[in-house]
Ligand binder design. Structure first.
Ligand code: PLP
Length: 389
């Protein structure tokens, strides 16, 4: 069976060039970057070169502002807890949004149990935060604003530059989770005006278990992991050298191909979206019509259980994702779609298609052929659909 992978927002395959670059550091070049001998120096050189590549991709002034972590979740945790703890005497309010990734939302919930006050800003029906809401929420107690750059479920891009300006005017630090945008659209920490920015390797064709946090020089931050002096004392533990080299290479490739790939994938994505919406009735778009990642389209197929659609597509070799998160065996409607004002039914009928480098015109054609009969068949047995029809 031909398999078609349309779930790149969940994870991406490792690029061949990335694998080639990291392979020596898995085995032969095994040195500890902290060692002073030949092996150590070779590893150190590779780590610092990777740091430069990451800095270049996101427009950081100094590679020393890049701190490697175990991934996006750790970078988010480091940004939030790392700022919250040193500021605990000065102010206890953190502002975020209702559509953040669980790595941010759960961390905020945890900080609430330590006495921090968290404001969860609402979003409009496209998933965007209104800068006026942020302005109204900022108080002298606010120590940090954390708003994601692009949403993983619907692809909506937030007006981060505008939001960060508002925070800056009040002297408040600004973090953005850019895990979904780095490598897909231009991300420049100076243009965005952010103090902290999270990214993750496995969302940009590097392996899982490596990521980074950009920390603007002078930003006060406490480590989550203490021990050795690695990463400027901000993240102890012998470096994941192979992972770091992989992330560096992935960033170098992204810099090279991003523009062209972005345009190609946007065309494929638009063809997929328009094809589905013109051949299948009762489909609506979730996410911003234009302010959206070029790779993502999230659609509600009314009268269809998203989970059932996912399973039928999987049987035909097509990998997608639903708008619901499976926790403890129960399907919870997505907190993102709920915040955007969708009903539980609309939310449960959502499917996310996320495209990436491997996808071709032919694959989109196949999906456009496969999908209508599956939806039609599922609707035959759907009470919800009959009610509407
Ligand atoms: C995937 C993802 C994360 C988590 O990154 P990991 O490297 O898997 O820990 C955080 N935020 C967003 C928006 C993501 O899509």
């Amino acid at each position: 069976m031909q398999r078609i992978y349309l779930d790149h927002n969940a994870t991406t395959p490792v690029d061949e060039e990335v694998l080639e670059a990291m392979a020596p550091f898995v085995q032969k070049q095994f040195g500890n970057p902290s060692s002073l001998h030949h092996w150590g120096r070779e590893a150190r050189r590779a780590v610092e070169q990777a740091r430069e590549e990451v800095a270049l991709l996101i427009g950081a002034e100094d590679p020393a502002e890049i701190f490697f972590t175990s991934g996006g979740s750790e970078a988010d945790n480091l940004a939030l807890k790392g700022v919250a703890f040193p500021y605990w005497k000065q102010g206890k309010q953190i502002i975020t949004s209702q559509v953040e990734h669980p790595a941010v939302l759960s961390t905020c919930r945890l900080l609430e149990t330590y006495g921090y006050r968290v404001t969860y800003l609402p979003v409009d029906r496209y998933g965007q935060v209104d800068p006026a809401d942020l302005e109204a929420a900022l108080t002298p107690e606010t120590i940090l604003v954390s708003i994601m750059h692009a949403n993983n479920e619907v692809g909506t891009i937030q007006p981060v530059a505008e939001l960060a300006t508002l925070a800056k005017e009040k002297g408040v630090l600004f973090h953005t989770d850019a895990v979904q945008s780095v490598g897909k659209i231009p991300v420049d920490v100076k243009a965005l005006g952010v103090d902290l920015l999270s990214l993750s390797g496995h969302k940009l064709y590097a392996p899982k278990g490596i990521g980074a946090l950009y920390v603007r020089k002078g930003t006060p931050l406490w480590p989550l992991i203490s021990g050795g002096h690695q990463e400027g004392g901000l993240r102890a533990g012998t470096e994941n050298v192979a992972g770091i080299v992989a992330l560096g290479k992935a960033c170098a490739i992204a810099r090279r191909v991003m523009k062209q790939e972005g345009e190609r994938l946007a065309r494929l994505r638009d063809r997929l979206q328009e094809g589905i919406c013109t051949t299948i009735p009762g489909v609506s778009l979730n996410g911003h019509p234009t302010q959206r990642l070029p790779t993502t389209v999230n659609l509600s197929f009314h009268g269809v259980e998203g989970e059932a659609l996912l399973i039928h597509l999987d049987l035909q070799g097509v990998a997608v994702s639903t708008g619901s998160a499976c926790s403890s065996g129960r399907l919870e409607p997505s907190h993102v779609l709920e915040a955007m004002g969708l009903t539980p039914e609309e939310s449960k009928s959502a499917i996310r298609f996320s495209l990436g480098r491997g996808n071709t015109e032919e694959e989109i054609t196949s999906v456009l052929d496969l999908l209508p009969p599956i939806v039609e068949q599922l609707r035959l047995t759907s009470l919800l659909w009959e009610e509407k029809a």
